[in-house]
Design a protein around this ligand. Structure first.
Ligand code: ADE
Length: 264
């Protein structure tokens, strides 16, 4: 089954550039994913192909008009079939997550409607969208970059897109902690050596080192993941024990700020 992805935008060239290279292009070549980019202006009916207008109620900026989006959706339904999800990226959306990427990769057909300027007419969201998502707590100038982020994350979850399925199942967020560090040849570069254990050929030791370094950086950078409902997941006992060891060591060797203050 071919996964369909439709992206509606006023900057089609920006999205086509993305679709021409990398993972999405490869998925397209392999016939696993069929990505189509639609220019919102093609769905206007006036001579000047106007897609925006000033906001009711006043205020700065422009709002994308509803009609072109409704026509674009009708065109997509007629020519590409009924989508399972119509996604509007925007800073007001729910956070986009790995779980959503996996779910949409199984949906068969998704549509992404990109907004610009101050926003999209709310009736587009009400009547057409199944989901509004944000890719982070910052404001982009438009939905295109977010749509490409979503398309990339979704497409790599489609079976057969990423060569080695392990790359996908071992991704950070496929498991409830961050990925471990990676190294390749040469074993020494400008005085920096690859950790000996990785050159040792001891698979069990390599696995332990990877789990440990992964948990260490998760504890440093994203401790929230270790408190989340997904932890410890499948690698349960090993992960919990390793985390306990790391915490115990850190308490002994690297006192927190409070303890250091008390000592001095
Ligand atoms: N459009 C503008 N900002 C965005 C964000 N943070 N996420 C998704 N779409 C956006």
């Amino acid at each position: 089954m071919v996964m369909r992805v439709d992206i509606v935008t006023i900057f089609p060239d920006m999205v086509r550039g993305f679709a021409r290279e990398g993972i999405v292009a490869r998925a397209h070549e392999r016939g696993v994913v069929d990505l189509a980019v639609h220019d919102l202006r093609d769905f206007t009916t006036d001579k000047h192909r106007v897609v925006d207008d000033s906001p009711f109620g006043g205020g700065p900026g422009m709002v994308l008009k509803p009609e072109p989006f409704f026509r674009a959706m009708a065109h997509i339904r007629a020519t590409r079939g009924e989508p399972s999800a119509v996604i509007v990226p925007g800073p007001q959306g729910r956070p986009f997550t790995h779980d959503a990427a996996v779910a949409w990769s199984r949906a068969g057909h998704i549509v992404l409607l990109c907004g610009r300027y101050e926003g999209i007419d709310e009736r587009v969201v009400e009547a057409l969208a199944t989901d509004e998502i944000s890719i982070g707590d910052y404001v982009l100038s438009g939905g295109e970059l977010a749509a490409m982020v979503v398309a990339d994350a979704v497409v790599r979850q489609v079976p057969g897109v990423v060569g080695d399925a392990r790359s996908v199942s071992e991704d950070s967020f496929a498991r409830p902690w961050l990925d471990h560090p990676h190294y390749t040849r040469p074993a020494e570069w400008e005085g920096r050596r690859v950790p000996d254990v990785l050159l040792s050929g001891h698979h069990a030791q390599v696995a332990r080192w990877r789990l440990r370094t992964a948990l260490e950086r998760t504890l440093d950078r994203r401790p929230d993941l270790l408190e989340g409902p997904g932890f410890p997941g499948e690698a349960g006992i090993d992960a919990e024990r390793t985390l306990r060891e790391i915490r115990a060591e850190r308490q002994g060797i690297r006192p927190g700020r409070k303890e250091r203050k008390q000592e001095s």
